[in-house]
Design a protein around this ligand. Structure first.
Ligand code: ATP
Length: 248
């Protein structure tokens, strides 16, 4: 079976001079949660933006390699076309429209789908079912919600596009462990019950260990190692890269 996403040997450069990714290859099988692990500046966000074709706005470019989504090269696609085709990214830092309410933010996610009012209502109800906190705050301006609620809102808005593949950039950043676990538990639920696939950039290796199927460790713009997350963890490879030590 072909992978839902196949990134093949991509090289990314910013400002025509900063080489951010060197020969990065990775795959997301259909219905899998794949972790992209690495420290600050390793190249995680760049990898996700390369996939969702968001590099141009930062004066970045893919110099070499190819990216296949559903078997087709997407190097010439634009981000909104990709969203329509089911590939959506949740950017690092929970970008929400602060002066719109929670519900208005969620509705912006549905624009691309041109849903009828009835379908929009059903889609909203689904998000409120997944994130009851958002239902409680539906009329609150997003700018007045907590960090955890804003992350849920950013994910909820992406889910409103009815995606097949979600790219999540550091969803746990700055959140309490309980909220991070809630978010990853939902991701697992969406995988199991809706068949969605995920590529998640993370620094939190414990969350990756508990919730992801495969992991790629990226260092200095280069994939250092990859494999089943549990095997990488049990063999101590992840700890070695992060902490310079073997697992006890
Ligand atoms: P973080 O968790 O800090 O976001 P990251 O693993 O996501 O780290 P990237 O943001 O992809 O790493 O950065 C990879 C490299 O590319 C770094 O050297 C960074 O300085 C550089 N870089 C990232 N964005 C830009 C940009 N817009 N212009 C120039 N260089 C950039």
């Amino acid at each position: 079976m072909t992978n839902l996403l196949d990134v093949q040997n991509i090289e990314v450069i910013y400002d025509q001079s900063i080489l951010a990714l060197k020969q990065v290859s990775l795959a997301v099988p259909q219905g899998a949660i794949v972790a992209l692990l690495g420290a600050n500046g390793a190249g995680k966000s760049t990898t996700l933006k390369a996939i969702s074709q968001l590099l141009a706005s930062e004066n970045g470019a893919i110099l070499q390699g190819n990216i296949f989504y559903q078997g087709q090269s997407i190097l010439q696609s634009n981000p909104s076309q990709l969203v329509q085709d089911g590939l959506v990214q949740v950017l690092e830092g929970r970008h929400c429209f602060a002066s719109l309410t929670v519900e208005e933010n969620l509705k912006t996610g549905a624009f691309v789908r041109h849903l009828s009012n009835a379908k929009l209502k059903t889609a909203l109800e689904k998000i409120y079912h997944y994130f009851p906190r958002l239902a409680d705050k539906k009329a609150t301006f997003a700018g007045y919600t907590s960090g955890g609620e804003q992350q849920m809102l950013a994910i909820g808005r992406a889910l409103m596009t009815q995606p097949k593949l979600v790219l999540l950039d550091e969803p746990s950043m700055g959140l309490a462990p309980k909220i991070s676990s809630e978010i990853f538990t939902l991701i697992q639920h969406l995988k199991q019950h809706e068949g969605m696939s995920f590529l998640v950039a993370e620094q939190n290796i414990r969350l990756a260990q508990d919730f992801t199927d495969f992991a790629y460790l990226i260092e200095n713009g280069h994939v250092q190692t990859s494999g089943h997350t549990k095997q990488l963890y049990e063999s101590g490879v992840i700890q070695q890269v992060y902490f310079g030590q073997k697992a006890s």
